[in-house]
Structures are given as C-alpha cells and as structure tokens.
Design a protein around this ligand. Sequence first.
Ligand SMILES: Cc1cc2nc3c(=O)[nH]c(=O)nc-3n(C[C@H](O)[C@H](O)[C@H](O)COP(=O)(O)OP(=O)(O)OC[C@H]3O[C@@H](n4cnc5c(N)ncnc54)[C@H](O)[C@@H]3O)c2cc1C
Length: 753
Amino acid sequence: MSDPATGPGCVIAGGGPGGMVLAYLLGRAGVPVTLLEAHRDFDREFRGDSLHPYTLELLDQLGLAGELLALPHHKARYFRFHTPAGTITTADYGQIPTRFNYVALMRQAQFLDFLAARIESLPRCQVRTGCRVTDLVREPDGRISGVRYRDSTGHHDLPAALVVAADGRFSKLRRLADLPVRSLGATTDLLWFTVPRRDSDPPEAGVDVFFGRDHYVGLLTGTAGWQVGYTLPKGGYAAAREAGVEPIRRAVAALVPWLADRVAHLTDMAQTTLLSVDISRVERWWRPGLLLIGDAAHVISPVGGNGILMAVQDAVTAANRLTPALSSGRAVPDAVLAAIQAERQSAIHQVQSDQVRLERRAAEARESGRPIAPPALLRVVTAIPGVRRRAAAANAYGPTPPHLEVPALVKSNRDDWKALSDKAQGTALTRLADVADTVADRSVLVGYSRAGYRLRRHSWPADDPRRDALAGRTALVTGASSGIGMAAAAGLARLGARVVLVVRDEDRGNQARNRILRQVPRAELVVARCDVADLDDVTRFAAEARAQWPTVDLLVHNAGVLPAKRQESRQGHEITLATHVLGPMLLTERLRPALAASADARVVFVSSGGMYTQSVPAGDVDYRQGRFRGAVAYARTKRLQVAFTTRLAARYARDGIAVHAMHPGWADTPGITNSLPIFRRITKPLLRDATEGADTIVWLAATQPPPPSGRFWHDRRERPAHYLPGRHDNAEHVHRAWLHCSEAARLNTSQNG
Ligand SMILES: Cc1cc2nc3c(=O)[nH]c(=O)nc-3n(C[C@H](O)[C@H](O)[C@H](O)COP(=O)(O)OP(=O)(O)OC[C@H]3O[C@@H](n4cnc5c(N)ncnc54)[C@H](O)[C@@H]3O)c2cc1C
C-alpha cells in the first residue's frame, strides 16, 4: 500500500539522536519528513545521556536550548580519571569559551521526546512510532525509492525522494542495501546499571573513570541516579552472568567507596544493560536513494562518550547538503550523498583510530597481567596550562564540527517567509503589495521599468542571498563582457563565487574583468573564450571547462544577439536560435557531469519580456521563411527558452540540476543601445540599470532554499509564461520544436528526451 500523506520527501528509519536531529533540521527547512521508529516510545534501555556543548549550541541556534535545558538534567564539567595514585582531571569543560561549558546529562528518552514534539509541530513532518522498516523499495535501475514498514495494522510502502538509515548499530537497512561493515576490533564490553543518588554524594558531577586491576568503572550522574559502567573483557558477559551480581558489587564498592552503601541495589543481572563495545564502519555510506548516518554508518566505543555527538554531527552535515535538493522535490544526486560521507568520515576515522589505540593498550595490559591504567605521563601533561581546556574542547566539538548553514534551515521555506513578511508588514499591506506587483507586471510599462523594480523591491520577502552564499562555488556566465551578463557576474562574485566570464572576445572579457574588479576587489574571475552560437566551439569549451572545473554550481545563459538581417551560425542555424537555444542546450548537456557534481546546481536562462509577443512557431524554427525581422527572431527564441525550461528541468532533475528561466525587464544595456536605438531614446528615463536587470539572476543563483525548478521568473517572483491572447503555446508545436532543437543541439534524445 502506498502512503499518500508524505509526498516525495525524506523518510528516515530510526528515531535515535541522529535520525531525530536530521528530521528536525530538514523539517525546519521545509522538507517533508516521515520518521519511522520501530519502538512504541523512546523510553527504553540506557544508550547514553550525554549532550555535548556542540549539541547544546546547535539547539541554541535553533532556538530550542532554553526549553530543553528547562527539563531535568545535570551538568558534567570535568572528565576525570581516578587511579590508586590519585585523581587526574583530563578535561575541564568549564574553561571552554561557550555559554554551554559542560556536558548536559539528560535522559535520552526525554531529549528524544522533546525533539519528537518539535518535529510533529512542523508542517508536513511526522514521527511514527511502532513502525519497523522491513524492506527497501527499489526502482528497476536499482535506485532506492522508498521503504516497506510494518506497524500494528500490517505492511505499508512509503515512497521517498531519499531514505535515510539512522537505525543504529544493528542497522537493518544497511544489511538490505548490502553495505558491509568492517570491524576495527574492540576488546572490551560494558555493563551499565543504575544506583540511587544520596544527598551526601559529591555535589559536582563529572564524567569519572575509576581504574582497578582488572576492571574499570565509569560513572555518570543522571536524574535517575548514578549510571555505573562496569568493564568486562570482550565476550565476558556469559561468564559474568554465571558469576552473578556479587563480584560486580564488590569491584564497584572497592573502586568507588562512597557507592559501597548502595551497590546492594543491584540484585539481578536483568537490571544491567550490556554494551557490546564495537568500533566499526561501513566503507560506503550510501546507495542511490539511500544514506546511512550515525551508528548505522559507524559505531564508536564509549571512550569519550561521543556516539551521540557524532550522530548529531552527521545529521547537521546531511541537512546542510540535502536541503537544497530535497526542498525543491528533486532526487538527491549520488554526488551529494558521496559528499556527505566525504565530509564526515575523516572525523569518524580520527575518533576511531584514537579509540583503537586505547583498546589495544587495555588488551595488552590485560594479557600481560598489568593493571589497566592511563599513561603515567598523563598527570604531567594535564598539568600544563591550557591542556585541559583543549582536551575538553576536542571532546566537546569532535575533530571537525560541521556548522549549521543557518539561513538555509532557519529561514525555512517560502511559506515561513511569507508569514514573516506578513507579520512584519501587516497582512493587508502585503496583499496590497501583491496586487500592485501584479498590476505593474501586466501593465508592462510600469512593471518592466526601473519604477517596477523599485516598487517591488520593498515588498520582497526576506530571502536576500547571504553575503557569502556562493563562497566556494563556481559560476559560468555567458555573454559576460557587458550589460546584464557583466552585472550578473559581478553580483555572483560579490556573493563569493568564482566566476568564469564566458565571452566571444577575450579583450572585451578582460576589460569586463577589470571593471568588475574595481567594484569587487576580491573577486575571483576567469575569462574564457567561447562562441556559444558555434556548436563545435561549445563542445571544445565544455571539455576544457570540465577539465578545469570538475564541479560547476551555476550556469547562466545570458549571451544574446539581435541581428538586423538573417545570419547563420557555422553549423547553418539561424543565429538567434543558435545563440539563445542550441548553444545553451549543448553547453548544459556537456557540462552535465560537472553540474551533477554540485550539491546545488542551478542553470538560469536569461530570457526577455519580449517573448510575450511571440508563441512557439508551428515549424520553421530556423526562420527560413517569410520576411526576417530581428526583433521577432529574438522574441521567438526567447520564447523557446521559456517553453523548454520545464523539459530541461525534467531532463536534469535526476542529476539534481535545477533549471530556471527569467526575464530582466527593460534594462539599459549596450545590447539595447546597439540593436534598438529608437526604443532606447524613447524609454531611457524608464530603463533599469544592468544591476537591477541582473538582480533576479543573482537571486535565482543564490537564494535559499532553492526556488523550484522549471519555472519562469521576473523580479524574484514566478510569472506566467503567457499574457497575451493568441500567444499561448500549442503543445504539438512545442514538442516539434523541442525535437528539432534537441537534435540540432546534439542532445541524446533517447534520454528523457
Ligand atoms: C548501553 C549504551 C550506552 C551508551 N552510552 C553512550 C554515552 O554515554 N554517550 C554517547 O554519546 N553515546 C553512548 N552510546 C552510543 C549512542 O547510543 C549511539 O552512538 C547513538 O545513540 C547513535 O545514534 P543513532 O541515532 O545513530 O542510533 P540509535 O540511537 O541507535 O537509534 C537507532 C534507532 O533506530 C531504531 N530502529 C532500529 N531498527 C529499525 C527499523 N528497522 N525500523 C525503524 N526503526 C529502527 C531503534 O529502535 C533506535 O531507536 C551508548 C550506547 C549503548 C548501547
């Protein structure tokens, strides 16, 4: 049975810390999420209660820390080793420069209940308990496209744009996906149990380890009492159960004398929880359509108590990278899944290799009959100023803590923005602005002019791209040597992108580069020559571009021509068709692998408001018949760009590449001056400047969450593709034009074509 409630969002299997944090983050970013948890509630055996400073800061960023910390918890400020020679404080969280300079020890069930309630309050998000995932649903090509789960009413299928396996160390989904686990070897097991607190107990909580001859005891304070961890050699549980609780009571009382008066509370081995210590990981965290996070991807030992921290950090990295694709309803490209693993695995490897070293040390001590003890030098080292702080910080944040990309997640979705703007401006005012915007748009003269831009600017929602929104991204802009192309390149560079100015004339490209550098001195700009009307040159350029930039995040098709007389490209195509349609189609196709490698690839076609005056021609796409008029050829090919946008969006959806078309309004650019001098003379006072014309290009390239793919935009709003009667496209004409152009542009029409 298929479940219609969720739509093609994200399905997360497993409601542990990893799955729940990811569900919340994605949900806050507007992604539909269904989390399936096998158990009926979160209240089960002890699995760790530690919330590290990283986790608390994350919750604080999300505005949740205050509420969470109002719930019962203890603050552990130290990590201490107790040996017969005395106590060594190895880490002092109190010295870390953060408001949350402690590890919060809170019942995990309470933390998970708290998150579940927050997830449930998000639109299109739900947590379903008592739902055990039993199988993966696969497409004929092997891609995972959903799960099968069992609840009290039977079996159900749930489709998903992405399935996340957060189902813990014994992950069923990992097995179903045939992702083998490699064990790195562990030599210890741990038995956990609780004993009550007393008023006379040491008031200061910490994370304490008491070293004995054959065992060590870990001690954590908790709201339900002291959580005691008692070590056993690996596989020693059967013998321990045979021996019963008495040897455990004796060992604990000897190592932690002030607990001697209550070890008698341990009366039965059934009161203990076995943690079979494991250090293991999968080599690959993903399959197409499936991602593993947390313990499902890697199990770490309890040393350092940061299994929860690692799961939470996996969730943050995953949310940062998944949000762009999932919030626009696109399938998540494999490259994004691989990137999540690549980003997280070095931290996991580092934690695990430290743990393997400690495990080996304990095993060697056991084999040689020496007491298990921390290194003798530790006392000296930890006395050096700053060492305890650094040790605490290393444990508090892990090796490479991912930063939450807050604007993407906090400025959730468009509905939220609308709500925000409604709140800020008053609903009636916002509606008025909506009406004014629409009237301006239909009146053309007002909407496309400078006045239209300025009128609308005041009613835009709060979705301006972040100042560094494009840091680390590579953008290619065609026709970037002047006008809107140059303004778009400058706008993208201002947001941190490396911009490739794709130009026909390198000298003019270099002049544009210098002009942009005067405005954006730190811009990273490269000039590259390509005549987009010449398909052979496009093929050459695309190959070189792919070699130089294996990942391309943004491709802006801006190059345009408006010839007075009919001209043909080198391949014999009418020149506006070649420049506006065929070249861009071929360039996108040839750059497809580089775009697919981006976590958030966007292609923008810079069309024209002039396209409203034309419909897709019934044939003769190359404009061979009738009197040739440059403005008509221009408008027809700009119409084709808009008509093809939905097809191109569908074609590239699988690779996670979004395709947008926009029109800049009437902007005062050299193109207008040269091609339409009379129009310019009459309208000059009304024309926008190039930066105003390029505004929507930059916004489409950088705003978060990504605007939905396959639409037509003007002044940061989706606009209808048709206004004028008699100009609506005939589906058959569009299809024929598409076949003609995709063949001319050498697209492999067998693919989604
Ligand atoms: C006894 C013990 C003590 C620990 N102590 C600590 C500690 O002090 N500090 C620390 O940081 N870490 C500790 N850990 C480790 C910590 O629990 C994990 O690293 C952390 O919980 C991993 O989070 P997760 O979300 O990846 O997976 P889990 O927390 O394991 O969550 C997985 C969830 O998936 C559910 N599930 C499983 N199969 C299915 C299925 N087929 N369908 C649907 N749901 C499913 C499970 O019921 C579970 O709720 C301890 C672990 C154990 C076992």
